[in-house]
Design a protein around this ligand. Structure first.
Ligand SMILES: *Cc1c(COP(=O)(O)O)cnc(C)c1O
Length: 411
């Protein structure tokens, strides 16, 4: 029954041809693209060219001749298409953590006199640490309000709020929040909306311009498959660019970087969000990775993503019942990202045993098994295979073997 259903769903898959744009290892079902995306087929040749020809032969001439100088904004514009951002609002470089710091400070500086920075107690740790640091730096109180209560909090004491900093997708549970509603609630209070799109970029449409988002950041190595350490992006809505007062005023954001002036004068437009020399090899790898989205609409990515997550839930209902698992991800497709998490007291050994069988997911302490579904390369057959293996492990107790008990430092 489930086998036929998987085959039917895969036969109707509008993105089936896109899977060939990835180099997937034989015999592996990869459900961890929400942590490190798989390798896009266009990347190795692009990196080879960047190293051997651009660096090796063209050398310093590459800044102009091979478009190195323009890369942060060129790649930002390519990414903007996937984020619903018109050109000239996205810049790529540095890590998510750095981009978070820069845009949070800049956002707070646009709302002087307001004393609160609202963020989620369930936000990814780096987002909370940086919010706290920005709070100390600018004299703001960081108030933690869960995403589901944020709109009500903004209505209640919003006049004190400078910035509301949230993620549309909970990285643990995969729950998806209403970005448009929260953005509107922030604006209703006169505050700014700051979004961390790490678990949304490349997985679902976020329509930054359409919802009127103010600032957004996100990493390049999760669903976007830009590779380990891929640079992150920052979105600065056009209407804020003229007043965008960046805390890390590096020379690449200067109006005339090669005038070598001793005084900072910000570049016009989103270029002022640049900092310093970007990690070009990684940036060019990300640029090549994004070609996997050529001709692909985010609406189709979203449709397939909800189909994959829904099918996973269906398979889990049928095959994992009575084995100690608890579903934690919403059933309503409108309320979940491209991820499904299950709770189980033996989460780590179960994930380790699955990995040993070539089904790669991950876990988050203490008891969450996490499965991310990149619609560009995961199939419904993969989903069924993964749940069948999990069923087999849990019923036979294969995960109780000693080699699956010791958690490594990085899980
Ligand atoms: C993955 C992730 C990060 C990672 O930050 P880095 O600086 O790239 O290490 C930050 N925030 C969220 C919400 C994430 O999911």
């Amino acid at each position: 029954m489930l086998t036929e259903r998987a085959a039917e769903l895969d036969a109707a898959d509008a993105l089936a041809h896109v899977r060939d744009r990835f180099l997937l290892p034989e015999g592996v079902v990869y459900l961890d693209g929400n942590s490190l995306g798989a390798l896009p087929a266009a990347v190795p040749a692009a990196v080879e060219d960047a190293v051997r020809r651009q660096w090796g032969v063209d050398l310093i001439r590459s800044w102009n001749g091979n478009g190195w100088w323009d890369a942060p904004i060129r790649v930002g514009d390519a990414l903007g298409r996937l984020l619903g951002a018109a050109p000239g609002q996205v810049v790529v470089g540095d890590s998510t953590s750095v981009q978070l710091f820069n845009t949070l400070v800049a956002a707070a500086r646009l709302r002087p006199g307001r004393r609160l920075l609202l963020t989620d107690p369930d936000h990814f740790p780096t987002d909370q640490y940086i919010a706290d640091s920005v709070g100390r730096l600018l004299g703001l109180e960081v108030r933690r309000v869960p995403a589901r209560d944020a709109a009500a909090a903004l209505a209640a004491y919003g006049a004190d709020v400078a910035v509301a900093a949230y993620a549309p997708v909970d990285y643990r549970t995969g729950e998806l929040y209403d970005m448009a509603a929260l953005t509107a609630a922030a604006h209703g209070a006169g505050a700014l909306a700051h979004w961390d799109l790490c678990h949304a970029a490349g997985a679902l449409p976020v329509g930054l311009d359409a919802i009127g988002a103010d600032f957004a950041v996100g990493c390049g190595y999760k669903y976007l498959s830009g590779g380990p350490g891929a640079p992150a992006f920052a979105y600065v809505a056009q209407r804020h660019q003229a007043d965008f007062d960046h805390p890390v005023t590096g020379w690449h954001g200067h109006a005339e970087p090669f005038a070598m002036s001793g005084a900072y004068a910000p570049a016009p437009g989103v270029a002022r969000a640049r900092i310093g020399t970007p990690p070009l090899l990684s940036l060019l790898a990300l640029e090549a990775a994004l070609t996997a989205y050529d001709g692909v609409e985010m609406a189709d990515v979203r449709a397939k993503g909800t189909s994959l997550t829904g099918f996973f839930q269906e398979c889990a209902d049928a095959l994992l019942d009575g084995l100690g698992f608890t579903a934690v991800t919403p059933r309503d497709p409108a309320r979940r990202g491209s991820q499904v998490s299950l709770r189980h007291p033996e989460a780590y050994p179960l994930v380790a045993a699955l990995t040993a069988r070539g089904v790669i997911g991950d876990m988050r302490a203490p008891d969450l098994l996490r499965f991310g579904f990149n619609a560009l390369y995961v199939t419904h057959a993969d989903v069924l295979h993964a749940v069948r293996e999990l069923h087999d492990i849990a019923t036979t107790g294969a995960h109780r073997a000693p080699e699956f008990q010791q958690r490594p430092t990085v899980t």
